[in-house]
Design a protein around this ligand. Structure first.
Ligand code: PEP
Ligand code: MG
Length: 537
């Protein structure tokens, strides 16, 4: 087994036999010709054929990869008819008395070098396009017909380089993956591979002896494995199957409602640690953000993130979600999440110590900075604010009072904000037992089953020795959830779950029967949970 590291173009896995794609080498000879007029006519005729080939490729691409991606072949036609390009070809034929093949190859080489030297990745990638049209013209001049490549069975196609036109002309059903030595992630070949959803890796030093061998292309990591051992093969096959199931879910469930067969709808939101997770939320069709763990902004920083820095992050989330709900949990630092600059003292029981809302209510400047950033960002979308680790009505009232003071301050400075929904996390047994009173104070609850399990069962969630008894399905936890939903509704608050248990599809029915309104899960669990809900009566 050998493993090679390249650069990934499209995240997907393929396992199959290697096929080395060799270009038909066209050796361009430099010849002097007598009749330059006839040579120009020969070139013009070849150009017409090449243009009609590009028309055919455009039509094929239009069907397979859509108008936006097919447009590159219109660009190829334009390049082929570009005045400067043609002038160069004509000049070489006319003034130097050289053959058309040579004139095209020399022009193509010159133009593609010019592009390659440009200080812009997009323009550099266009070098491959000029090369592509020039090779086409040379091939037609040499008498080649329309170029087709027939593959008998699906293969992992490996090549030094692949032109966009070659990529489109290959029979997609016969390509498991593309692996190339050259190329860039901006090239049209890369774009086409992504559009055709074919796993692809570039930058691999392809070797002749790989032909016919079994290979694994892991488009997630950019690795190519030749002759995988049985354990690797088994592991990668499982990963590929999981992937395929997920892709099938994506195809079937994106854009669909999270609703049972009898029409009961719940909100299915995503948990994120920062704005870099937003792409995953969009990809997996999150209906909103149910838990933005804002403490990661602090953990990723060497000092307290400023109001401006936080504002930018919250605003980006609000705008990206375009009016969908974005619930930001205020700073939940302490316990397992430590940042040096907070100078938190070492504690005997950090999980039950100075953390989350306790720090915020004590060191209010930190809290107020975050609330101002959140309020300012609220003007750009649909932000809600959620307080963590609540154990009393007083804590909620105090947090809301501070929030109101910050609103007043913004008003005094004529800074826009919206009247955001306010919620709390239910993570402590105390909050469970007073949930009816708490519900009267807030718009919503989100049950943090990770901490709720820890505190209910008195089991440190960080202690690996206790993993086997850390049981989120414990009746005490499930009854707590039931109680919180009932009390929440009685007090006028909607109730969701944002702990890991929310993604446990063996409990989806239980949660719906209990009356849950929302589930917030990691982006990759959104569609499996949607599927589970849609399968319920
Ligand atoms: C929880 O406790 O369930 C929760 C969602 O918060 P965290 O995991 O960030 O503590
Ligand atoms: Mg928690």
């Amino acid at each position: 087994m050998e493993q090679y590291q390249g650069k990934t173009i499209y995240n997907k896995i393929a396992i199959g036999t290697v096929f080395l794609y060799r270009k038909k080498e066209t050796q361009v000879k430099r010849r002097h010709i007598g009749d330059t007029g006839a040579e120009i006519a020969r070139f013009d005729a070849a150009k017409e054929i090449a243009l009609s080939q590009l028309d055919a490729i455009y039509q094929k691409a239009l069907k397979e990869v859509g108008a936006d991606n097919a447009a590159i072949f219109k660009v190829h036609k334009m390049m082929m008819e570009d005045e400067e390009y043609l002038d160069s070809v004509y000049n070489i034929i006319r003034q130097k008395g050289l053959n058309a093949e040579y004139a095209v190859a020399a022009t193509g080489g010159h133009f593609s070098e010019l592009f390659a030297q440009m200080d812009d990745a997009y323009m550099q990638a266009r070098a491959a396009d000029v090369k592509d049209i020039s090779e086409r013209l040379v091939a037609v001049l040499g008498g080649a017909g329309a170029d087709t490549h027939s593959l008998e069975s699906p293969v992992i196609l490996m090549a030094d380089d692949l032109a966009p036109s070659e990529t489109v002309q290959l029979d997609k059903s016969k390509i498991l993956a593309f692996v190339t030595r050259h190329g860039s992630s901006n090239s049209h070949t890369a774009i086409l591979a992504r559009t055709m959803t074919i796993p692809a890796v570039i930058g691999i030093d392809i070797q002749e002896e790989w032909e016919g061998k079994t290979a694994v292309v892991d488009g997630y990591t950019g690795t190519v494995i030749i002759d995988p051992d049985p354990a690797t093969l088994e592991r990668m096959t499982a990963k590929m199957q999981e992937d395929e199931k997920m892709l099938q879910l994506l195809r079937e469930l994106r854009g669909k409602e999270t609703v049972t067969k009898s029409g009961r709808k719940i909100h299915l939101y995503a948990n994120i640690s920062g704005v870099s997770d937003l792409a995953q939320v969009q990809k997996n069709d999150g209906e909103g953000i149910g838990l933005f763990r804002s403490e990661f902004l602090y953990l990723d920083s060497d000092d307290y993130p400023t109001e401006e820095e936080q504002f930018k992050a919250y605003k980006m989330a609000a705008q990206n979600m375009a009016g969908k709900k974005v619930i930001v949990r205020t700073l939940d630092i302490g316990a397992d999440k430590q940042a040096d600059y907070f100078h938190l003292e070492k504690e005997d029981n950090p999980a039950m110590g100075y953390r989350a809302i306790r720090i915020c209510l004590d060191r209010q400047e930190i809290f107020r900075t975050q609330l101002r950033a959140l309020l300012r960002a609220s003007a750009f979308g649909n932000i809600s604010i959620m307080f963590p680790m609540i154990i009393s009505v007083q804590e909620v009232r105090e947090s809301k009072r501070i929030l109101e003071e910050e609103k007043t301050r913004l008003r005094e400075h004529a800074i826009l904000y919206k009247d955001v929904e306010v919620g709390i996390m239910i993570e402590t047994p105390a909050a469970v037992w007073i949930s009816e009173e708490l519900a009267k104070e807030v718009d919503f609850f989100s049950i943090g089953t990770n901490d709720l399990t820890q505190y209910t069962l008195a089991i440190d969630r960080q202690n690996p020795k206790l993993d086997n008894i850390y049981d989120s399905h414990h009746p005490a936890v499930l009854r707590s959830i039931q109680t919180v939903i009932e009390n929440g509704h009685r007090g006028g608050a909607w109730v969701g779950i944002c702990g890991e248990l929310g993604a446990d599809t063996t409990l989806t029915k239980t949660f719906l029967d209990m009356g849950i309104d929302e589930l917030s899960v990691s982006p990759s669990f959104i569609l499996p949970v949607r599927e589970a809900v849609r399968n319920l009566d």
